[in-house]
Design a protein around this ligand. Sequence first.
Ligand code: NAP
Length: 251
Amino acid sequence: MTTTRTAVVTGAARGIGAGVAKRLARDGFAVAVVDLDETACKPVVEEIEAGGGRALAVGANVADEQAVQAAVARIAEELGEPTVLVNNAGITRDNLLFKMTADDWDAVMNVHLRGSFLMTRAVQGYMTKAGWGRIVNLSSTSALGNRGQANYAAAKAGLQGFTKTLALELGKFGVTANAIAPGFIETDMTATTAARIGMSFDDFKNAAAAQIPVARTGKPEDIAHAVSFFVSEGAGFVSGQVLYVAGGPKA
Ligand code: NAP
């Protein structure tokens, strides 16, 4: 008998996280759709259920230690003990260094780094117990440096070091950890950036596509496909890697 594996995707009410949640459901996982607002997770859950999958909407701030503990316990109880974790929740607080506030810095560190740490620590016990697990962390091409994103670039580079350390510590328990570093993906996050710099989203996308070797911007499905590979059964010998999914080569 094969049992359904449970996957947890954070920041899954919209954007890349929603795309990943729907893809993993199609791949046969029961999926916990975690985001700040539980109600906002419901449409993704309903879409998964309408397609014959299993999903659970869970409201939690990934940067809140108690909320994370409670959310993961509830997922284990109501959906099944999780052995796949996709740390996707993220925010931007862009500004040039001289205008960046300490709050902008802390907010970004809290969601990306503290959030991924807390979620991974809460879930890893189920993975080591099962002798099988898959962790995927969302980094970014901004990890290589990006004007106006000192906080975000540092967090996304930090996630790469975090990923490699997880791979070293958890490998012997059958757990892999990898990072995906997307380039430009069409979501509310990039739409907000366009608005901030006073461009229409279409103009912003076209300008980005002109710099991308495959001559288009990415979609959440492009990232979901890479996640699907990393969490697959056959990817058990791939660990500690950073995959740039950016329509062209990155360092
Ligand atoms: P998005 O559309 O802004 O979605 C992010 C989701 O994360 C939102 O639903 C948001 O909830 C949720 N979230 C924020 N803080 C949270 C917290 N503390 N706890 C739980 N959930 C939280 O962003 P996206 O473009 O899909 O990005 C997803 C991930 O990919 C992020 O880590 C981002 O840094 C990374 N990434 C994106 C791009 C890109 O081009 N879009 C490129 C590289 C990397 P609310 O809606 O309630 O705020």
